[in-house]
Design a protein around this ligand. Structure first.
Ligand code: GLN
Length: 565
């Protein structure tokens, strides 16, 4: 029950979405958390996701965007990445809650007679378990304020239990809980005017759950005008000053600064009876970073060769969110503006069929127009041969190449086939009978597969690695011992390492016992930048602390651009 919540001076801010998904609840949550952090509070963001998957690990990224991985190895929603980036914090397992985790716990507890003979029901046992988890997150983080993002939109069937938990918490802690509704105000082309009705309806729905929002974040294509602000204030029962204008803007990192134009942080603090703990806001460095991003003149054109882009007739880049952000952070550090292009790997495999027979793919030589190419993480067969062709092309044409996880494994396969002469080299993920299994499954992973245990069983989370002296990687990191986040089942097969090294490939980082290959690269005299990581460096890049490998990659992209001028 809500009354079980520990009696401590803690404040809770629930962020709830109205009208439609995709309006930026995650960035809003991250921005509010960051502003309160800048006011001297210890803040822990929490994401609650309504789906029944226990974690995000088994979901195809085209379903729900990128699967983000924490240091602990928990596979979670991409919003967790936004929180880590905005707050420059490493989050823990308790900061992520799904319906799957909640229901699983309740059912397991029931089986263990944990409810002592009671009838176990969705109400109140599910909200109780949600509140227990929120309480645990507060305790482990030792925070003053929690900003809790409720996944989904008001009116969804799936998130009702989370809203009910929030309402109950408010019932027992009225002075310590506030609600922020992130809504959308469309400007239909045929009308040419910003419309408030969908937001009014979202508020009515929210009210029907017993929740009255304290703030409205008015998302829309343009700023909110005074007239509509007043209208929302009257019809939605929220003071006009607490209706915050949130128009589309170029950089997500500008969102907190934009909110501050409407004094959001002081208004939130006063509604929670809190006073700023600092004399000056702590985000000077953030402001400088944002202005560097906005004012950068020189562009770097970077292509990402992926496959998780298509959704119906639309293209989305959400599956690669952390990669995109990591490129932006490194570009800002170098004073450049990264312009990203999305290329579908399938288009580079000329053998691909489209149901009508052979399909003409894209012209691979057009890749010369880019300053750098990234092949990010991925699973399965689709687009594989296209990616390998791209890698061969960029290697032979000395275009800077950065491979992330699958992008590293495929670079090793390409090198084995075309340089080491190992025709038939492949990963056993695609061909179990490959003549040369240069990328192979780990024995314990094989067991998981045989037992059908797919969830949370990959090599996940932060592992230590040692970086070898005299390599590009070592120069970038400037140190020997690194910790990087992983998410994969396959590894470079140790049997082929000697052969690959003999023909020029350098394994510049390995696990501490030297068995697992963590980074593969080619020496500078052969290629300006050809490097792949078995881990995902993108998960640890932060706006104010860009990842050194992304920075090194962009430096060489920039050198290529200057040479070609
Ligand atoms: N599919 C590969 C593996 O499981 C790579 C995974 C990834 O790119 N994250 O090892």
């Amino acid at each position: 029950m809500a009354t079980n919540m520990k009696q401590r001076k803690h404040k809770y801010i629930f962020v709830i979405g109205g009208v439609m998904s995709g309006v930026g609840k995650g960035v809003t949550t991250a921005s509010i958390a960051m502003l309160l952090q800048a006011k001297g509070f210890k803040v822990n963001p929490i994401k609650v996701d309504p789906y029944l998957n226990v974690d995000a690990g088994t979901m195809n990224p085209t379903e729900h965007g990128e699967v983000f991985v924490l240091n602990s190895g928990l596979e979670c929603d991409q919003d967790m990445g936004n929180y880590e980036r905005f707050l420059n914090l490493n989050l823990g397992n308790d900061d992520y809650i799904t319906s799957g985790m909640v229901y699983r716990h309740v059912i397991d507890k029931e089986r263990a007679l944990g409810y002592k003979g009671k009838c176990v029901e969705a109400l109140p046992h599910i909200p109780n378990e949600i509140l227990r988890r929120i309480d645990r997150a507060v305790e482990t983080s030792g925070s003053d304020v929690s900003v809790i993002e409720v996944g989904g939109t008001v009116g969804d069937y799936q998130n009702i239990m989370f809203l009910e938990a929030a309402r109950r918490l408010w019932l027992t802690h009225r002075n310590d809980v506030i609600f922020i509704l992130v809504s959308y105000l469309p400007v239909p082309g045929t009308i040419g005017e910003m419309k408030t009705k969908p937001t009014q309806n979202a508020v009515r729905l929210l009210n029907s759950y017993g929740i009255q929002q304290d703030f409205i974040i008015a998302r829309g294509p343009v700023p909110l005008d005074e007239k509509r602000k007043e209208k929302l204030a009257i019809w939605c029962n929220t003071e006009a000053e607490r209706v915050i204008s949130a128009p589309d803007i170029e950089s997500i990192y500008d969102v907190p600064l934009n909110f501050e134009k409407d004094n959001i942080s002081s208004l939130i603090l006063s509604s929670l009876n809190l006073k700023s703990r600092v004399r000056r806001d702590g985000f000077e460095k953030w402001k400088k970073f944002v202005s560097r991003t906005k004012n950068a003149k020189e562009e770097l054109s970077i292509a990402v060769i992926g496959k998780y882009f298509d959704t119906g007739d639309f293209m989305l880049s959400d599956a690669y969110l952390s990669v995109i952000e990591a490129v932006k952070h490194a570009a800002a550090k170098l004073g450049k503006k990264a312009v990203l292009s999305w290329l579908n790997a399938k288009d580079y495999d000329h053998k691909s069929e489209d149901g009508l027979g052979k399909k003409e793919g894209s012209d691979i030589s057009s890749l010369k127009q880019y300053d750098g190419i990234i092949v990010p993480g991925g699973f399965g067969e689709a687009g594989i041969e296209g990616k390998i062709k791209v890698i061969q092309f960029v290697r032979e044409n000395k275009i800077p190449y950065f491979g992330l996880c699958y992008g590293m494994q495929l670079a090793v396969i390409e090198y084995a086939r075309n340089v080491a002469g190992l025709l038939g080299a492949h990963t056993t993920e695609i061909n179990k009978e490959a003549l040369h299994k240069v990328i192979d499954i780990m024995p314990e992973q094989k067991k998981h597969m045989e037992e059908g245990k797919y969830g949370a069983t990959m090599r996940l989370g932060a592992y230590e690695a040692r970086v070898k002296d005299g390599t590009i990687a070592r120069k970038a990191y400037g140190k020997e011992i690194i910790y990087e986040r992983h998410r994969h089942r396959y590894e470079v097969n140790p049997e082929y390492i000697g052969h690959l090294e003999k023909v020029g490939m350098i394994f510049s980082a390995t696990s501490p016992n030297g068995v697992l290959m963590e980074i593969a690269e080619l020496p500078r005299k052969i290629h300006p930048f050809f490097l792949g990581t078995q881990f995902h460096p993108e998960f640890q890049s932060r706006p104010l602390v860009p990842h050194p490998l992304f920075t090194e990659f962009l430096k060489s992209a920039s050198a290529r651009r200057n040479k070609n001028k």
